[in-house]
Design a protein around this ligand. Structure first.
Ligand code: ZN
Length: 105
């Protein structure tokens, strides 16, 4: 059985079917057929998914943090923490680093 991933659209709310992670798409470049996964589970439109209760484990995806893929093609804002690790195109997404300020010295 194939679970079809929703098209990534800016402003779209996505939810993980296997943990409590929720994200909002902040940036979606040319990503027609690559899906965002959370510990291997394809994120689904938040409207169409029923999530399990938070497990109480230390979350690895944290509310309020932004996650990007290696090329920053896709950026997600976490709106609910979860225990899963977000991946895009099979590669783990990383916390977006704050833009470094120009050195003043
Ligand atoms: Zn998850």
């Amino acid at each position: 059985m194939t679970i079809e991933a929703p098209q990534l659209r800016v402003g779209e709310q996505l939810a993980c079917p296997t943990c409590s992670t929720k994200v909002v798409v902040v940036k979606a470049g040319q990503v027609d057929d690559i899906s965002v996964t959370c510990d291997g589970a394809v994120l689904q439109s938040a409207k169409s998914v029923t999530q399990p209760a938070p497990a109480g484990a230390t979350p690895s995806t944290l509310i309020g943090k932004r996650y990007v893929d290696a090329d920053e093609t896709v950026e997600l804002l976490c709106t609910a923490s979860g225990s899963g690790q977000l991946s895009f195109g099979g590669t783990a997404m990383t916390l977006k680093a704050a833009k470094a300020l120009p050195a003043s010295d």
